[in-house]
Design a protein around this ligand. Structure first.
Ligand code: PLP
Length: 396
C-alpha cells in the first residue's frame, strides 16, 4: 500500500494543545542540569525521603502489591486519608467510600476534577499569580479563566474585584493556600470572603492544599471546614511535598459524593489508578505521628531563613513567604533585563536557576520584574546558591 505523504494536517496538534507552552519551570530545571547550575527552579526536594516510607514501598512490591488497585484508590489509603483529615482538622470527616478519590498526584487530581465538573464555556476564577498548571487545566477543560489579582506586599485581593469577576457563566474559583509562587497563606477573613462569594453565586471552590503542613506564619484553614462549604469544595492534595516523594505520583481529591462520582469516572479513563505499591506506602505515610510534621516544618523554616537573607544580600527585593517553599522576588534593583533573560543569564553566570515570574501570570508583563526561587533543598545546596549569587550585584 502506498503511504500517504506527511502533510501539514497530519503534523498538526490540537487547537487546545496549541494554546499553552511547555512548562517553563521544568524547562528551567533541564537547562540548569545541562549547565551544571544549582537549581532552585522546580519545587522538589534534593534530600532523601523518610526511610520508613521507602521501606514500606519496597515491602509492598515484595508482598506483590503489584496489580491494579481499585481505580478510585486502595481502601487502606482512602481510610488513611479520611483518618488523617479528621485528625488534623476536627469536624471534617470525609467518607472514604463516597468522598475520596486517589489520583496520580495533585496534578491529575486537579485536571480530573475540572474535567469532571466543568463544561466548555464555563468560567473559573483564578487568583493571579498562580501555579502554572491551572492555565492548561482550564484550557483542556474548555473553561475560560477569569483572573483576580493578588497584590504585594501581602498578596491580598480586592473583594470587590472578586465579586466583579463573577458572571452568569462562572462555575468555580480555584484557590491554592499555602500559595505557590508567593508563599501567601490566606487568612480566615479572606477565606470567608471567598466562601461568601461561592455561596452567594452557587460556585464550587477547587482548593489545592498540597502545602498544608508548610506554614511559618498564620494557620492553614481548609475551605471545606468553613460553614456551608463542604458541599461545594473540591480539595486536592498529595503526598508529594509533605513526605518528600514528588516522584511517587500519589495524590487525592476530597469532594461531595455526587462530584466524587464524576471525578472517579474521569480519573478511571485518564489513568486507571495510581501505582499500587506506592499507595500502600502512602497509607503508612499518612499515619505518621504529629512529630513528623513538626520536624518537617522546622527543617523548612531553617531553609527559608537561610535563603531569604542571602537573596536580600544579593540585591533581590524579597517577599517573605508565610508558607509553602518558594520565595518570590523583585529583580528591578539588579537588572534591566526581563525575567526570562535574567533567569537564563543567572543559569550561565553565576550558575543558579530560578523561574521567571511571567510563568505565573496570564498577563506576562506583570511578572517581568519577578523571579521565583524554590527552597526544598539541603542547606548545603542553598548555601552554594547563596555563595554564587553574592557577587551578582557587581556583575549584573
Ligand atoms: N499544586 C501546587 C500548588 C504545586 O506547587 C505543585 C508542584 O509544584 C503541584 C500541585 C503538583 O503536585 P503533585 O506532585 O502532587 O502532582
Amino acid at each position: 500500500m502506498p503511504q500517504a505523504p506527511a502533510t501539514a494536517r497530519s503534523a498538526r496538534i490540537s487547537a487546545k494543545a496549541e494554546r499553552f507552552t511547555e512548562s517553563v519551570i521544568r524547562e528551567m530545571n533541564r537547562l540548569a542540569m545541562a549547565r551544571g547550575a544549582v537549581s532552585l527552579a522546580q519545587g522538589f526536594p534534593d534530600f532523601p525521603a523518610p526511610d520508613e516510607l521507602k521501606q514500606a514501598a519496597a515491602d509492598a512490591i515484595f508482598a506483590d502489591v503489584n496489580q491494579y488497585a481499585i481505580t478510585w484508590g486502595a481502601k487502606p489509603l482512602r481510610d488513611s486519608i479520611a483518618a488523617k483529615t479528621a485528625r488534623t482538622y476536627p469536624g471534617w470527616e470525609p467518607d472514604p467510600e463516597t468522598e475520596i478519590t486517589v489520583t496520580c498526584g495533585a496534578t491529575e487530581g486537579m485536571i480530573a476534577a475540572m474535567l469532571a465538573i466543568l463544561d466548555p464555556g464555563d468560567e473559573v476564577i483564578v487568583f493571579e499569580p498562580f501555579y502554572e498548571n491551572y492555565g492548561p487545566d482550564a484550557i483542556l477543560t474548555g473553561a475560560t479563566p477569569r483572573y483576580v489579582a493578588l497584590e504585594p506586599p501581602d498578596w491580598s485581593f480586592d473583594p470587590d474585584e472578586l465579586r466583579a469577576a463573577v458572571s452568569p457563566r462562572s462555575r468555580a474559583i480555584v484557590l491554592n493556600s499555602p500559595h505557590n509562587p508567593t508563599g501567601k497563606v490566606f487568612t480566615r477573613r479572606e477565606l470567608e470572603q471567598i466562601a461568601a462569594v461561592a455561596r452567594e453565586f452557587d460556585l464550587i471552590v477547587f482548593t489545592d492544599e498540597i502545602y498544608e503542613h508548610l506554614v511559618y506564619e498564620g494557620e492553614h484553614i481548609p475551605m471545606a471546614t468553613l460553614p456551608g462549604m463542604r458541599e461545594r469544595t473540591v480539595a486536592v492534595n498529595s503526598v508529594s511535598k509533605t513526605y518528600s516523594v514528588t516522584g511517587w505520583r500519589v495524590g487525592w481529591v476530597i469532594a461531595p459524593p455526587p462530584l466524587t462520582a464524576g471525578i472517579r469516572k474521569v480519573h478511571d479513563f485518564l489513568t486507571v489508578g495510581a501505582a499500587a505499591p506506592l499507595q500502600a506506602a502512602a497509607a503508612l505515610a499518612l499515619g505518621l505521628p504529629a512529630g513528623y510534621y513538626d520536624s518537617l516544618l522546622a527543617g523548612y523554616r531553617e531553609r527559608r531563613d537561610t535563603l531569604v537573607p542571602a537573596l536580600e544580600q544579593a540585591g533581590f527585593r524579597v517577599w517573605q513567604p508565610a508558607g509553602a517553599y518558594y520565595v518570590m522576588t523583585d529583580i528591578s534593583g539588579l537588572t534591566d533585563l526581563g525575567d526570562v533573560a535574567f533567569a537564563q543569564r543567572l543559569i550561565l553566570d553565576p550558575g543558579v536557576a530560578a523561574v521567571p515570574g511571567s510563568s505565573f501570570y496570564a498577563h506576562p508583563d506583570l511578572g517581568r520584574t519577578k523571579l521565583r526561587f524554590a527552597f526544598p533543598k539541603q542547606l548545603a545546596t542553598l548555601r552554594a546558591a547563596a555563595e554564587r549569587l553574592s557577587g551578582i550585584r557587581t556583575s549584573a
